[in-house]
Design a binder for this molecule. Structure first.
Ligand SMILES: C[S@@+](CC[C@H](N)C(=O)[O-])C[C@H]1O[C@@H](n2cnc3c(N)ncnc32)[C@H](O)[C@@H]1O
Length: 480
């Protein structure tokens, strides 16, 4: 099936939970789907060996050629089922991504179960009753914060309720929070968190920084956690990057999938509830396989003093909350919350590396001063060497290949290992080995330049090792 047909069929589906970007359909309602779509779903599931008992809801993208297989094992028995795992298949890239929540103590949860099934489902009436019960208790008034188990249960406690073994609501006044005393300085306001998302016409600062460090070259998958209106996400996808995003207000149906890089861009500073803020940082960290980039607004007292104080931040004229940090305060906050040492890459922008080898690569790269060796190579007068004719021939017949190889030698200050030069196979086939190619180029170009490159590279490394003495010493196994 082509994407254009998929899109047409998905937009015509009238059952299932309808969201702006996707439709969710329970397996039991598959007979109501166009046969071509249900057949495609089953074929894809079988081809990728997603076991039949590992999914009961399918999500069909309205704007992208994706099917996600979601597993809520307690869908039939619990009022608000929890997600255990999901498999997202990108049919345009033919890629599969898996997210596993089975051990998570804060997994995503489902509400309004009746919307996922057909009205002929034997439990439809019960599912609907559960939803009406939740609505009457005021649980769905603020949908942005109920998508995960912990927040959901916290809200239920705040309403003086608890959940029985089937997830049904029961009265429990002992869970009500203690009311603040008269004269409290905290104004009673409804914080308009959704208003903090802005339209972007270029990549956000943290994404630009990732691009500058070559993390957006396509080799790393990206999750934009709290993606707002999704402009960054669209830009990444347009460049073919394996990216997904989620936002509790603007993109609640987005995918939360473990990714190499997680961007938590200007999200923490808009959360007025301190424990939810900590939770959000920890959650985003959990999804990061290699790097978390966390950013907040930075401002000093002169800015802060212009606003009404609210909790540990301020209230703006649009009833949004802002927690303005100083650079040191945000560093300390990340250190305490994640027990990790972040690296500042901009004002209010920090990288936290889960992959320690990646961290050392980053630090090493940062000390690596790029010099234009090639330009100097080309300016050098060619020195006639006494190299045998055969050796000169292979250089002359493949000038670009060996110039590229020589540039790499100068860049590294040494002969590259086989896996450090992408055209190594060609070099070895033609010259015999990297060492022979290096000798030939060195004779041809003049060794002094290489000696200088080598010495500069040693200086870079010396600075890298010296700086690393200021932080915890890394074991050798964590050095690139
Ligand atoms: C200032 S916007 C930033 C959006 C986007 N990251 C960007 O840089 O353009 C803050 C976003 O955080 C989202 N947000 C609020 N609370 C959140 C939470 N607990 N978890 C994730 N995102 C949240 C809001 O819905 C809003 O879209």
């Amino acid at each position: 099936m082509e994407f254009i047909d998929f899109k047409r069929i998905v937009s015509g589906i009238s059952i299932g939970k309808q969201l702006p970007d996707a439709i969710y359909v329970h397996r039991s309602a598959f007979e109501n789907l166009p046969s071509s779509l249900s057949a495609l779903t089953k074929r894809v599931g079988a081809a990728l060996k997603i076991p039949d008992d590992k999914w009961n809801i399918a999500k069909f993208g309205k704007r992208d050629f994706k099917i996600t297989f979601l597993n809520y094992p307690n869908f039939d028995t619990y009022a608000y089922p929890t997600l255990h795992e999901c498999f997202t298949v990108d049919l345009s890239k033919l890629s599969l991504r898996k997210a596993d929540y089975s051990d998570s103590d804060n997994p995503p949860i489902l509400h309004r179960k009746e919307t996922f099934v057909a009205s002929s489902h034997p439990q439809w009436a019960t599912f609907k009753e559960v939803t009406l019960e939740g609505e009457a208790a005021g649980l769905f008034e603020n949908t942005r914060s109920i998508g995960f188990k912990r927040n959901w249960e916290k809200l239920i406690r705040e309403k003086g309720l608890s959940l029985d073994t089937a997830g049904r609501l029961v009265e429990n006044p002992s869970t009500l929070p203690i009311k603040m005393g008269v004269g409290s300085s905290i104004p009673e306001v409804e914080i308009q968190r959704h208003k903090t998302a802005i339209d972007r016409n270029k990549l956000s600062q943290p994404m630009q920084i990732l691009a500058r460090h070559e993390y957006l070259s396509g080799d790393y998958s990206v999750l934009d956690y709290g993606c707002g209106k999704g402009d960054d996400l669209r830009e990444l996808e347009a460049h073919g990057i394996d990216a997904c995003g989620w936002d509790p207000v603007h993109h609640p149906e987005g995918n939360l999938i473990n990714s190499d890089i997680v961007n938590l861009g200007f999200v923490l500073n808009v959360i007025e509830d301190k424990s939810e803020r900590d939770e959000t940082l920890r959650n985003a960290w959990l999804f990061a396989e290699k790097i978390l980039v966390a950013s907040v607004m930075i401002a000093g007292d002169s800015v802060v003093s212009q606003f009404t104080p609210y909790r540990d931040g301020v209230l703006t004229s649009r009833n949004t909350f802002q927690k303005y940090y100083s650079q040191g305060e945000f560093r300390g906050y990340i250190e305490r919350t994640l027990d990790e040492s972040p690296i500042a890459v901009g004002q209010g922008i920090f990288l936290v590396f889960k992959d320690k080898m990646e961290e050392q690569n980053f630090l090493l790269e940062r000390q690596h001063v790029r010099r234009d060796w090639l330009q100097r190579t080309e300016r050098l007068p060619r020195i006639e060497s006494s190299a045998p004719k055969q050796r000169k021939d292979f250089l002359e017949k493949n000038p670009e290949l060996f110039m590229h190889f020589w540039e790499t030698c100068l860049e590294l200050g040494r002969v590259p290992a086989n896996d450090e030069f992408e055209l190594s196979d060609q070099v070895r086939r033609i010259a015999g080995s990297h060492a022979k190619a290096f000798e030939a180029m060195r004779n041809k170009n003049e060794g002094d330049l290489f000696d200088e490159a080598s010495s500069k590279r040693r200086e870079d490394l010396l600075v890298y090792f010296a700086l690393s003495l200021f932080s915890k010493r890394k074991p050798r196994t964590q050095l690139p």
